[in-house]
Design a protein. Structure first.
Ligand code: SF4
Length: 464
């Protein structure tokens, strides 16, 4: 979400006449976009801001801005603490950034602008520069969150749920696809709680039933040129039978879902205010898997939540095995301001959190590795996204989201292509695939001297 917001900030500034500087030393404006979901991210901000102090001393005209959730959370307090900061803007105020940056450049006093747009929610349409169309684009569907997970600061920094009209979402996807994007990831804090009166109503009166499946169906029917559709991050509460039906019926939906679970212990899930039990989560994931042969699941887990015993943690490990996740992001619990969990004693020692996280990662990595090994020798359809970090290779993803590195001759272009490859080797987190000679010969030739586009950043799901 933050990476997506950063793109919108850059576009808004570019439309106002700003241009990207070669380096921080050349900049007239520096915007640090921040995340406060974990304490570590906040510490990082403090260190980054500290590094910018000498620049500000050398160039007093430099405008230093902090955007995002830390700006929203700290507001005026941060301005008071860091005397050389000029501007703070919240996640809902991106459209105001160019005007406020200009005012600061013209000598206005330091300012914090962190207002939620509750009455008239704004969703900035993507406006990429010509030639900057990623193979895989992100499209925002909503902002804020109405859940109150006891560890999470997001409802305080991003406000209540507000939904982008389906017509705007569809129009933006149409523009990406017309520009050359082949895959779209729908973004929202609880993306599957989506509602819009213009869509067919929820399939039942169940309060967990949303109109997200209707949105998926509308996108699939209106944009036949879209190759793959993903979404992140859903909340398990809304993983209803109707969502599973959408996965069964819509070929465009990727065969992978990232569904944060956070814990496998009912006692801890209750303390986290997640509003589902372990059995409910497991049944919903089985239903999703059954909807589409080969569908894989990944998840987020927090270890060391207040009161987590060895038995609670063992229940989490059991759940990871039972569901058979092929990917997992694990985090140590860290207390966040304003959250209900602050009232609980942070009673799991740091050393225990570290030991649990290491055990969780060891289990998850063994499952990931076993899954990747099982793909060796199979044929997989890969959407090629760009140049790999490994020299001379290109990187793409399978329908399920496995990363595949490919060797292709330097004179051939492959970015944006959907190709069938034979999986030759599995690594810890990725695969090596091989194209047959006929496929390579059919690829277009690259223009002499043209650089191969880099693979664009992708969303790292954190919490939902
Ligand atoms: S963890 Fe996700 S669902 Fe829970 S409050 Fe945070 S953003 Fe909302």
């Amino acid at each position: 979400m933050n990476a997506h917001d950063s793109d919108r900030m850059e576009e808004a500034l570019r439309a106002d006449g700003w241009a990207r500087a070669e380096s921080a030393d050349d900049a007239d404006l520096i915007v640090l976009n921040t995340c406060s979901v974990r304490e570590k991210a906040e510490q990082k901000l403090r260190s980054e801001v500290g590094k910018l102090a000498p620049l500000k001393l050398r160039n007093p005209g430099l405008v230093l801005a902090v955007a995002g959730c830390v700006a929203q959370q700290e507001g005026e307090k941060l301005l008071a603490r860091v005397s050389y900061l000029d501007l703070l803007i919240g996640p809902d105020n991106i459209a105001d950034l160019p005007r406020l940056a200009r005012e600061q450049r013209d000598g206005a006093p330091p300012r914090a602008h962190t207002v939620f747009d509750l009455d008239a929610p704004q969703f900035l349409a993507a406006a990429p520069a010509a030639g900057d169309i990623p193979v895989s684009a992100w499209v925002t569907t909503m902002k804020g969150c109405d859940e109150r997970c006891s560890f999470c600061i997001v409802p305080y920094t991003r406000g209540p749920e507000r939904y982008r009209p389906a017509s705007e979402i569809i129009a933006e996807i149409e523009r990406w696809v017309a520009g050359g994007s082949r895959e779209v990831t729908l973004l929202g804090q609880t993306v599957d709680s989506y509602r819009d009166a213009s869509l067919p109503p929820p399939a039942s009166d169940d309060p967990d039933e949303s109109q997200f499946p209707s949105l998926l169906r509308a996108i699939a029917s209106r944009i036949p040129g879209l190759t793959r559709l993903r979404y992140t991050s859903p909340h398990p509460r809304h993983a209803t039978a109707e969502l599973a039906r959408a996965h069964a019926e819509l070929d465009v939906l990727a065969k992978h879902v990232h569904m944060p679970v956070q814990s496998g212990s009912d006692r801890i899930l209750k303390r986290m205010i997640r509003r589902y039990t372990r059995v409910e989560y497991t049944e919903r994931m089985q239903r999703l898997k059954a909807s589409r042969p080969g569908l894989t699941l990944s998840t987020d887990v927090i270890v060391g939540f207040p009161g987590e015993t060895d038995a609670d943690f063992e229940a989490t490990l059991d759940l990871v095995k039972d569901v058979g996740f092929t990917g997992l992001y694990g985090f140590k619990y860290s207390p966040r301001p304003f959250t209900p969990a602050l009232k609980l004693a942070n009673d799991v020692p740091e050393s225990v959190k570290s030991e649990r996280l290491a055990r969780l990662f060891a289990l998850a990595e063994s499952q990931t590795r076993a899954h990747l090994d099982s793909l060796v020798g199979t044929s997989q359809r890969v959407l090629v996204e760009g140049a790999s970090k490994v020299n001379g290779k290109v990187t793409g993803r399978t329908e399920r989201n496995e990363i595949v590195h490919l060797d292709i001759p330097a004179e051939r272009e492959l970015v944006g292509a959907l190709v069938d490859v034979e999986i030759a080797q599995a690594f810890k987190h990725s695969l090596h695939g091989v194209l047959d000679a006929a496929t390579i010969a059919a690829l277009p030739l690259r223009l002499p001297g043209a650089a191969r586009p880099e693979r664009r950043r992708r969303v790292l799901p954190i919490l939902s």
